[in-house]
Ligand binder design. Structure first.
Ligand code: GLU
Length: 313
């Protein structure tokens, strides 16, 4: 049975990109008779206060996108807030440590910046391996001055997969990414680890998300392999861009639900988004349920989608 999921990070008000993500995840799973998990990715509790999560939940309800497991409905895999699941991430970290693949990294942000290879398009800097081969004595000495982050050793190997929408994708982990973070120096677990642990624990079989996370997928596949877990199918969809071509962010108030909720109905919003995403040519107001008949991954483009100016004016 298909199990899809919404995994928003409530670091601000939900915006059109998040809404499209939830809509596509919902349609893709529901069309196959599947269920949906809602998981709140609030690992960064300073940036993701509970009131934002509560607002996000209200917004999803207003949009008519429902879920079968998650906040307010509970389920067998609770809790559904990542901030309450850290014991599971620690257990996974212990398993990786037992395999001798984890090491402490004492680099400061400035050092990382200076030592890294040129930045990639997605903003990731390739870790130069500075702390990879420190001796136990060097580690001990550095640990007296600074609490370390933890990194995972990556193999000199290419990870490839076939994305359900974008097709074949590959990344050479050592060359294109480098040893990546599992836990920050302040103790916060990294997204890559948490998302793998949770998707597996929650029985998620398909991950629908924006193409900005396509390049995270090889790292996640490596973690699935090391932890002996079965990966879901990955389906990445094109990003929504602001009318001037910039990436949408939670700071884009014009694309946030704050400014939209008073001016449009949920059906108007979903109808227009579905039109922009290529599977609802009339653009007429429609509920998520009504869009089920028209939705098909084949109709969705693979290139970024630019929002027209004055979309809901
Ligand atoms: N929490 C992430 C975000 O809101 C999504 C993670 C994922 O879908 O894997 O961008």
């Amino acid at each position: 049975m298909t199990v899809g999921r919404f995994a928003p990070s409530p670091s601000g008000r939900i915006h059109l990109g998040n809404i499209l993500c939830c809509l596509l995840a919902w349609l893709s799973a529901r069309q196959k008779g599947g269920t949906i998990v809602l998981r709140i990715e609030d690992l960064d509790t300073a940036r993701c206060p509970m009131r934002y999560a509560e607002q996000m939940i209200r917004d999803l309800r207003w949009l008519g996108l429902d879920w079968d497991q998650g906040p307010e409905v509970s389920g067998p895999n609770k809790p559904y807030f990542q901030s309450q699941r850290t014991a599971l991430y620690q257990a996974a970290l212990d398993r990786l440590e037992a395999q001798g693949l984890v090491y402490p990294c004492f680099c400061t942000r400035a050092e990382l910046h200076a030592a890294s290879a040129p930045h990639r398009e997605d903003g990731l800097t390739v870790y130069a391996g500075t702390c990879r081969n420190l001796t136990p004595a060097e580690r001990e000495e550095r640990a007296r001055r600074r609490s370390p982050a933890l990194r995972l050793r990556v193999p000199d190997k290419e990870y490839s997969f076939t994305d359900g929408h974008m097709g074949p994708c590959a990344e050479h982990l050592a060359r294109d990414c480098g040893d990546f973070l599992l836990r920050r120096s302040d103790g916060m677990f990294a997204y890559q680890l948490a998302v793998v642990v949770d998707d597996a624990a929650m029985g998620v079989t398909e991950v629908v998300r924006g193409a900005d996370l396509l390049s995270s997928t090889p790292r996640q596949l490596y973690l699935y392999q090391l932890l002996g877990l079965t990966p879901p199918e990955f389906i990445h969809f094109p990003l929504l861009l602001a009318p001037d071509g910039r990436r949408l962010s939670k700071r884009d108030t014009d694309a946030g639900l704050d400014s939209l909720r008073g001016r449009v109905t949920a059906e108007e919003l979903l109808g227009r988004l579905a039109e922009l995403a290529g599977f609802h040519p009339s653009g007429e107001p429609a509920s998520a349920e009504e869009l089920l008949g028209e939705f098909s991954w084949e109709r969705i483009p693979r290139e970024d989608i630019r929002l027209p100016a004055g979309l809901f004016e």
